[in-house]
Write a protein that binds this ligand. Structure first.
Ligand code: GDP
Ligand code: IMO
Ligand code: MG
Length: 427
């Protein structure tokens, strides 16, 4: 059996955590494959309410082994804190493994993230300030420290010294800030190494073996395709690849080992941080969705920007990921709306465009073409069968399906694990 990749199809926060927790009920392995603790994945199930930043959302299922893959940037302090919190809630974390190739997010990455955002001032990207951009920059610049490096103290000290020397040059000479101290960071690395030692492994071997044996493997995405380094609204993006290409690269498997590519879409759009957002609402409808849907960031607590469903963005997301099916979340958040708009295309210089242009200045000139649909003004929270939903809700789902160009397999109508409607049996 091939792997299933669960991918954020918009600007993140689509409900990946909920979906992974649900699908992991039958998974042997759940692998986080990209991003870092810029992610915030909410899980609400019979064990409680959890906000995960690094630990895969499969951790609540006792038979599931969880892997933080090579494509993830790992802040060991955050990871250990998260493991402690889970353990304190009675969740067993001994089934959690970390790839030895995963790069570490270190204190100087966090500092550099903040200093650069401060320097950019009104042009800032609005990052989560978790050091993710600087950590991935170091990875590509070949100065990074990897989880596997924690095992060899002597070699680690040399690598850390080299990385910190460079970082301190930036910190002091570019930003005029005090340098960070090697001994303090090294001491932290020692503690992290002791705590994580048994878990740091060549996880690509483990994942491929599981696939070979026909076991169920889920690949857990972070962020969303519209934040992808190549296909997102560059430069207002994250520093990794949240889509299907990131899934096989960040887990260490061949692309054809992925059998199902499931795109998670909200029934509307949200975005945190800066950057173009063609369907953004600055009206009371946007405020209603934000308050009714509690649209505040899990990682930073920032209010999320709200917009109508954006078909050009959704088409691009499907184009570059090739969704075999789609899960539509937060349909219930639209329950009270009298009318709901969807953007079917953009108008640019008098022409209709179906896909977002890649350049920011051009994208900013695009005007959304809106189509209005009737709301259903009824709670969908308790529905469990698609045919029982109000007609207008079904029409809305079918319209989004048509616009995305991929079949909807499931609807999510509440934050809890069991608040779903299966539309088509196969994911
Ligand atoms: P993720 O980053 O993709 O895992 O998503 P987040 O956890 O950041 O944000 C999704 C939010 O929506 C969380 O608060 C979830 O509990 C919640 N959620 C997920 N699915 C639904 C749904 O269908 N309806 C409602 N009302 N909330 C949902
Ligand atoms: P999950 O996995 C929503 C956004 C930030 C910012 C941009 C760059 O919960 O869906 P970064 O710190 O990555 O350098 O910030 O990316 N961002 C997210 N937005 N959900 C996320 O993750 C995000 N991770 C990063 O707000 O705009
Ligand atoms: Mg989130």
């Amino acid at each position: 059996m091939g792997a299933t990749a669960v991918i954020g199809a918009q600007w993140g926060d689509e409900g990946k955590g909920k979906v992974i927790d649900l699908l992991a009920e039958r998974a042997d392995l759940v692998v986080r494959y990209s991003g870092g603790n810029n992610a915030g994945h909410t899980v609400i199930n019979h064990l409680g309410e959890f906000r995960l930043h690094l630990v895969p959302a499969g951790i609540f299922n006792e038979q599931t082994t969880c892997v933080i893959g090579n494509g993830v940037a790992v802040d060991p302090e955050v990871l250990i804190g998260e493991m402690d919190q889970l353990e304190a809630s009675g969740i067993d974390t001994t089934r959690l493994m970390v790839s030895d190739r995963a790069h570490l997010v270190l204190p100087f990455h966090r500092l550099l993230d903040r200093l650069e955002e401060e320097r950019l001032a009104e042009h800032a990207i609005g990052t989560t300030l978790r050091g993710i951009g600087p950590a991935f920059s170091e990875k590509t610049a070949r100065r990074g420290i990897r989880a596997g490096d924690l095992a060899d103290r002597e070699a680690l000290l040399k690598k850390l010294e080299a990385a910190l020397t460079y970082a301190n040059l930036l910190i002091t000479r570019v930003y005029g800030h005090d340098p960070l101290q090697l001994d303090e960071i090294f001491a932290k690395c020692m503690t992290w190494g002791d705590r994580l030692s048994g878990r740091i492994q060549q996880t690509e071997l483990m994942i491929n073996e599981a696939l070979h044996e026909g076991r169920e493997v889920l690949l857990e995405g972070a962020q969303g395709t519209l934040l992808d380094l190549d296909f997102g609204t560059y430069p207002f993006v994250t520093s990794s690849h949240p889509g299907a290409s990131g899934a096989y690269q960040g887990a260490g498997i061949g692309p054809v080992r992925i059998e199902r590519i499931v795109g998670i879409f909200k029934a509307y759009c949200t975005r945190v941080g800066e950057g173009p957002f063609p369907t953004e609402l600055h009206t009371s409808e946007g405020d209603h969705i934000r308050e009714f849907g509690h649209e505040y960031g899990v990682t930073t607590g920032r209010p999320r920007r709200i917009g109508w469903f954006d078909a050009p963005m959704a088409r691009l997301s499907n184009l570059v990921n090739g969704y075999t099916s789609v899960i539509l979340t937060r349909l219930d958040v639209l329950d009270q709306m009298e009318t709901i708009s969807v953007c079917t295309g953009y108008r640019l210089d008098g022409e209709v465009v179906e896909y977002p242009p890649s350049g920011m200045t051009v994208l900013l000139r695009c005007e959304p073409i809106l189509e209005q649909l009737e709301g259903w003004q009824q709670s969908t929270n308790d529905f469990r069968h698609f045919q029982d939903l109000p007609d207008n809700a079904r029409t809305y789902v079918h319209r989004l399906e048509e616009l995305i160009g991929a079949p909807v397999s499931m609807l999510s109508v509440g934050p809890r694990r069991d608040e779903n409607i299966i539309v088509r049996a196969a994911l």
